[in-house]
Design a protein around this ligand. Sequence first.
Ligand code: MLT
Length: 410
Amino acid sequence: MATINSNFLKLKAGYLFPEIARRVKAYSEANPEKAGKIIRCGIGDVTEPLPAAVVKAMHEGVDEQANRETFHGYGPEQGYEFLRQAIVDNQYQSMSISADEVFISDGSKCDTGNILDIFGNGNTIAITDPVYPVYVDTNVMEGNTGDADEKGAYGGLLYLPCTAENGFVAAPPTEKADLIYLCFPNNPTGATANKEQLKAWVDYAKANDAIILYDAAYEAFIQDPEIPHSIFEIEGAHDCAIEFRSFSKNGGFTGIRCGYVVIPKTVTGSDANGNRVPLHQLWNRRTSTKFNGASYPVQKGAAAIFSEEGKAQVNALIEHYMGNAKLLREAATELGLAVYGGENAPYVWIACPEGVSSWDMFDKMLEEAQVVVTPGSGFGSAGEGYFRVSAFNSRQNVQEVCKRLSALVG
Ligand code: MLT
């Protein structure tokens, strides 16, 4: 008899985005005349084509595979040197990160889930609420939680509520945590943390011998020059933080798949006897065992993001999506709704009208306006009463969403 990992049975519902897709499909089937009108602002999936420099580099990468002389078989599991070095030179200047501390992957969703492989059981896990559901669900699968309560909160997790009152940035708790998930610019609220706020977290992590898992997948959308892009801009972080980054949202790689993890060699955890072990060593071992590297043409394409043309093309994409975010913010503000995010992040976080729940708002937007949003409560119980609108769309669609929003709530 093959037994199962019964932790999976603790998971409350399907993963959030497939669940939304299921509801949208059911609505489309029941209302075929409306199906063609649906505009999707739910999952943060890019809509604009890849930067031309990326396309060219990927074509070249494929052409190399067509010739015996330039063919590449298995690559380094950790990623090609050309990409690891380009990341360090372009993203981590003056941050004392070396190329061999960067691990190329097929994206941050996998990385933020897989990282739990190198940690033991019994850690206290601090998770902001609302939060990207992958952090919670993967901890449930690992057996790091108890059961969920009626609000979907899992026993054993240390939830840190992010509310309008704290600007959606949680301060370090008084309790001791061992692993802390932080995401800035934040998914789903679009909030950002300043240097002082991040320094407080690094100081907390060092004082408590904790590790910060810092998801910076949306750093490219930061407009304010005062806001840090990396946890490694903060003194002390090289002793206590791991950073996740992605090419999905800046380079339009959601369907191409490429991201990376940065683990300084100075970050350590404790074995059962209290000996310090570098996490870099464990992640390297895990990567070489379970991964054969991201595809060569994909890594070529990712490196092209750092070429002069690539940078200009990515900037244009960011400008496009942030222009969308501005329109969405303005439309929702005009309706008198409380609006957050969307200034340094591609997500606009909006309070539902008084007395309307997140899922009711989701249904209302779908049924009455044919606009798909993400219900805030899908990101955790502190997200109840909010909905998230993704700015990843064409300008035309966003203008149409703004119109429909005013007709609906106005
Ligand atoms: C989101 O909509 O929250 C993101 O697209 C999810 C992801 O990047 O996996």
